[in-house]
Design a protein. Structure first.
Length: 538
């Protein structure tokens, strides 16, 4: 009988690597370290090391828990009073508190040092690897500052609350704790009120089909006055201490971004302050939108970086056909290609963070067009990239308790939110038409990389000829923006990356016979060198 038990004792796990956990997510990432240092963020490395330790350990576990237990909506308390409260798993609050303590939501607004935007982008990059969902309210809070500054009296009261390093999840009036913000365009109607105090006050009546992070202390939103769309700051509690008329109808059951609550709400005469000029709401809020689109770029770069790290870690410890999986030439091609794509995404994201730090007229124009190009390209590339990483890992990657399964569900989100692909392409054209200097600044950025690689110089010359020959037909806008994105990524890698990475990117992305699939790099590429550069150092 004992012998039969031994025969059927088959549950021995072998040839499955240990998960990538209990590590420092910053210390192990030489590529992220490279761009932090390249763009003036080396003074923030102690902060990044500290946060990287949290991300690779307890926050990674908190990310799993926050996604396993979705937010729950409680409309009334047990006595029948309307409360409109969103309940989160404690892991979500751990994620939020850690990110706020690290400066995810405020660093450039409170630390006035060159490289502050670069360091803050590094913090976001790390946090996304723990949980992309909780990054949404953090991003909205961070990006609200430029819009709120349009109304100095409101800014004086609110900015200290928004930038505080304290996370307080309690449902209390804003003047008792810190604030947050969110923005979604809608057709709500605003009516002026005669209310004493700072700012022009209104009441808003309407429906908001998609309100992200409805537990925030305040929301930036658009509503119509007699002069047109106007920007408003809508607090969850009125100044007199009563609950504002913001009624949550339901929470959305999303396929990704699960830890973050997204709601459908009604404004039943909700109190709000006007921000900026009446009728100029779109112009006022666009500064916030530019920041959120930038964060979408960094977030999708982080997803690709983590996907590549997972694939490299797994294949580096698994065997197939008698040798290590990443010793097989075809697998090496796939892994190196994934590594190049992830680095190219991070490179232009950090270049824009550097533009924010420099804050000159030229850099602002680069940021304006760069966010539209990068939001379009990086966020779209993330989904296919993450899938290919899943395929490299195999069946275990499809299981929900694997990081890659969550990354795959998250990968389309940034491409859809804050303006989908077609919107970004049209925005590129708007940026070029609004200020003719924008194209010159972008071309100057591309010219900086000339005379290093012949294929790049040829591709740049063809692009400039294309610009001279005709105006852009809307039917061809996606192809036009793709060309801009690839040239810009190549130029950034040539200037700031390892020569091997830059040459491999140019040969595989700018050649006329390039392929649409990952794993199709030219055969003379130094695959092992590229893999070693990106593989987590644990």
């Amino acid at each position: 009988m004992q012998r039969h038990i031994e025969l059927f004792d088959t549950h021995e796990v072998f040839n499955q690597p240990l998960p990538l956990e209990n590590y420092n997510a910053y210390k192990s990432d030489s590529v992220l370290q490279h761009y932090i240092r390249s763009f003036g963020g080396e003074w923030g490395e102690d902060r990044l090391l500290e946060y990287g330790q949290l991300v690779g350990n307890e926050l990674q576990e908190a990310g799993f828990e926050a996604n396993a237990y979705k937010p729950e909506f409680q409309s009334h308390d047990r006595f029948g009073h309307r409360i409109d409260v969103i309940k989160y798993h404690p892991a979500y609050h751990r994620l939020m508190a850690a990110a706020i303590n690290a400066g995810h939501h405020n660093l450039p607004w409170v630390v006035h040092k060159t490289g502050a935007h670069v360091v803050r982008a590094g913090i976001e990059y790390l946090h996304t690897q723990a949980d992309p969902g909780s990054g949404c309210p953090l991003t909205m809070t961070f990006s609200s500052i430029p819009a709120i500054r349009h109304q100095p009296d409101i800014a004086q009261a609110w900015i200290p609350k928004i930038t505080t390093a304290l996370y307080d999840p309690r449902n209390l009036p804003y003047y008792e704790k810190q604030g947050g913000s969110d923005v979604r365009a809608n057709t709500t109607r605003a009516y002026p009120l005669d209310t004493p105090g700072p700012g022009e006050s209104y009441e808003l009546v309407g429906h908001k089909w998609f309100c992200s992070a409805p537990m925030s202390d305040a929301f930036l939103t658009l509503a119509n006055t007699d002069s047109g769309l106007t920007c408003f700051l809508l607090p969850r509690w009125r100044p007199d201490g009563t609950k504002n008329a913001i009624h949550v109808q339901r929470l959305k059951n999303k396929m990704g971004n699960v830890s973050n609550a997204s709601a459908e709400v009604e404004y039943g005469g909700a109190f709000a302050w006007m921000i900026g000029e009446e009728g100029q709401g779109v112009r006022t809020i666009l500064e916030m939108v530019a920041m959120t689109r930038f964060d979408c770029m960094i977030g999708s770069s982080a997803i690709m970086g983590q996907a590549a790290a997972q694939a490299l870690h797994h294949t580096g410890a698994r065997t197939a056909f008698g040798r290590n999986l990443h010793d097989h030439p075809l697998m090496q091609n796939v892994l190196a290609d994934l590594a190049i794509e992830a680095e190219a995404a991070l490179a232009i994201g950090m270049r824009l963070a550097h533009a924010l730090d420099k804050d000159s007229d030229d850099e602002r124009l680069l940021f304006r067009i760069g966010t539209a190009i990068g939001k379009y390209w990086i966020c779209k590339r993330a989904a296919q990239h993450t899938y290919e990483a899943m395929e490299s890992v195999g069946g275990v990657a499809v299981v929900e308790d694997n990081v890659l399964a969550r990354l795959y569900r998250e990968s389309p989100i940034n491409a859809i939110w804050e303006g989908s692909g077609n919107i970004q392409c049209l925005d590129v054209v708007r940026a070029l038409e609004k200020n003719p200097d924008t194209l010159d600044i972008f071309l100057i950025e591309l010219e900086k990389a000339k005379n290093h690689l012949d294929l790049y110089d040829e591709a740049l010359g063809e692009f400039k000829q294309q610009l001279l020959m005709k105006s852009q037909n809307e039917y061809a806008l996606r192809q036009f923006v793709e060309s801009m994105a690839l040239l810009w990524q190549a130029a950034t890698l040539i200037q700031f990356s390892d020569a091997t990475i830059a040459e491999s990117f140019v040969l595989s992305r700018l050649a006329h016979n390039h392929s649409y699939m990952y794993g199709t790099l030219p055969e003379h590429i130094p695959f092992r060198t590229i893999i070693q550069r990106t593989k987590p150092k644990i």
